[in-house]
Design a protein around this ligand. Sequence first.
Ligand code: PGA
Length: 254
Amino acid sequence: MRTPIIAGNWKMNKTVSEARELVSEMIPFLKDVQGVTTVLCPPASALLPIAAMLEGTDIGLGAQNMHWEANGAYTGELAPAMVSEFGQYVILGHSERREYFGETDETVNKKVHAAQANGLIPIVCVGETLEENEANQTSAIVSRQIQAGLAGVKSDLVIAYEPIWAIGTGRAATSEMANATIKIIREVLADIFGNEVAQGIRILYGGSVKGSNAAEYFAQSDIDGALIGGAALKADDFVKIVYVSRAEVMKGNS
Ligand code: PGA
């Protein structure tokens, strides 16, 4: 049984005071929730103050990106050890990083290695564009992203399948479509790590998940949680998604 993960990717939103306000609304509901792993990924400027707020809770903290080098002349970047001072997770290869900041499977691969070497759990994002989806290339694209992005890494990681056409658009993939692609991803993981290990790796769906549609995803066999963008900026919606995922786990256990 895989413990679901609900991770909030705040993207470039929330000043420190806004971040504090949002987290203080969430903490009473999330601080000791069982049966689901909750992770908040605020912007880099809020990592330190939010880490202080999350101390003593079961809520995880992550960055949205980092560089693979340990230090040096990389203006504007965060090193892995700077992230691991505060957080346990790091989102890598998000489609917005790939599209706007030139990230490739090769740079994602270097970052996954660096994250693991620094004790961070990478949340590695993969997903196809609308054109690729319409040309029936989804499975080829995600397979390539997984094979190249994970070359030579350890299995301590989380995958997020995010069809690019479903991110921030309100046009979510159906739960059946998402589950079918996630099954393909698990097969590729089985080729890399062996079947038993692949069965234990959490694979999330991301793209327009909200409190109102979350249950359909979590009811699917291979979807182990969600990476949430817009809905992670609203305390009540994010809390609802966490509670819905926990309810699905309890159903599965009974
Ligand atoms: P969304 O974003 O939930 O706003 O669609 C998801 C993501 O980009 O991680």
